[in-house]
Design a protein around this ligand. Structure first.
Ligand code: ASP
Length: 333
């Protein structure tokens, strides 16, 4: 039974918190525009946007698919596969930093223009979890398969079992074990690749794949394989993806929130800013971690915003593929 005195104290404390939250949120009261009309003109020149430096090489692979008339779904899958296979990218796939038990466990999700989606979480030994996620979407009645079940499903569908822990990642884990201090560093131990693309038919798809936070608890799943958190696509509106501390993104259904804001006529940029501010307003320790969002709408307008300095993204549009620095929230520490 709730003790009355405690209840009053808690209510007052919650009220005080709300004042701060509402004040912050009111600073970003989004521009009021007309809700999105599905028949508005669509961008058909081809566009790919993805998170972090390794997005540049990934965008190249995606760009080739799109320029050859391929679908945005094929583009995002082949794009993020580049990061998954690159041992120098220590936050995705092969070479990813392991969990606190020294195991490389991967999360991935994919979503197409028809609103179909598939994901795998906590999967081990598979170089391309994004392709397993796509198979979940296309060959099963499910949206998500996890852990040993995901590995079994992958092996049954012809994927090879591989050791994904490189010598370099093993060495970093061994060094971490000496200290065993579980404290995520901003921008240091997370660099998921999230990718959004528009093909020449004007259709949108997205993909997201990661080894998650380094030194995480064994079995921990982040935002990346959770549809609506790490990734969301609505072909009538736009798409969004996330990187950074997954727990913070899950708490606000980040990518879904951004797409819904865009559905109400808000620009991708303002939508990303609003999602970041929602985190800052609701999560008291927001200065201790990083979160970054990318978004695109059906007209090819993009948005990028992060909590901290340091978030960068690769954008292929108008025939050019280049890195850009995202604007961010926490300008004064
Ligand atoms: N969002 C990912 C996670 O929490 C981390 C990242 O962006 O790399 O698993």
């Amino acid at each position: 039974m709730i003790n009355r005195r405690k209840f009053i104290i808690n209510t007052v404390a919650a009220g005080a918190g709300l004042i701060t939250s509402n004040k912050l949120l009111s600073q970003v009261e989004p521009e009021k525009k007309e809700p999105v009309i599905p028949s508005q003109p669509r961008y058909t020149k081809g566009l790919v946007i993805s998170t972090w430096k390794h997005g540049l090489a990934a965008n190249e692979a995606a760009r080739k698919k799109i320029e050859n008339g391929g679908s945005s779904l094929d583009a995002v899958e082949s794009g993020v596969m580049v990061s998954e296979a690159d041992p120098k990218v220590t936050s995705v796939g092969y070479g990813g930093l392991p969990d606190r038990d020294g195991r490389v466990t991967l999360d991935a999700s994919i979503m197409d223009e028809k609103g179909n989606c598939g994901s795998v979480a906590f999967i081990e030994h598979i170089m391309h979890p994004i392709s397993v996620a796509r198979l979940v979407m296309e060959k099963t009645p499910h949206c998500m398969i996890t852990g040993k079940g995901a590995l079994k499903f992958a092996l049954a569908n012809g994927f090879k079992k591989e050791n994904l822990l490189t010598d370099e990642s093993k060495k970093r884990w061994e060094d971490w074990m000496k200290e065993n201090n579980y404290k995520p560093d901003i921008n240091e131990i997370h660099d998921t690749i999230g990718m959004l693309a528009i093909d020449k038919a004007g259709n949108l798809s997205g993909a997201c794949t990661t080894s998650g936070l380094a030194w995480k608890y064994h079995g921990r799943v982040g935002d990346s394989p959770i549809i609506g958190a790490g990734l969301y696509v609505d072909n009538d509106v736009g798409a969004a993806c996330a990187t950074g501390k997954g727990e913070a993104v899950i708490k606000i259904c980040g990518s879904f929130l951004i797409v819904e804001l865009m559905r109400n006529g808000i620009s991708p940029q303002k939508a990303c800013e609003t999602a970041v501010l929602r985190i800052a307003a609701k999560q008291r320790d927001y200065s201790q971690f990083q979160v970054g969002f990318l978004a695109v709408n059906t007209s090819g307008e993009i948005g990028a915003f992060s909590l901290q300095k340091g978030f960068e993204y690769a954008l292929y549009s108008d025939g050019k593929n280049a890195m850009h620095e995202s604007d961010y929230f926490l300008k004064v520490k």
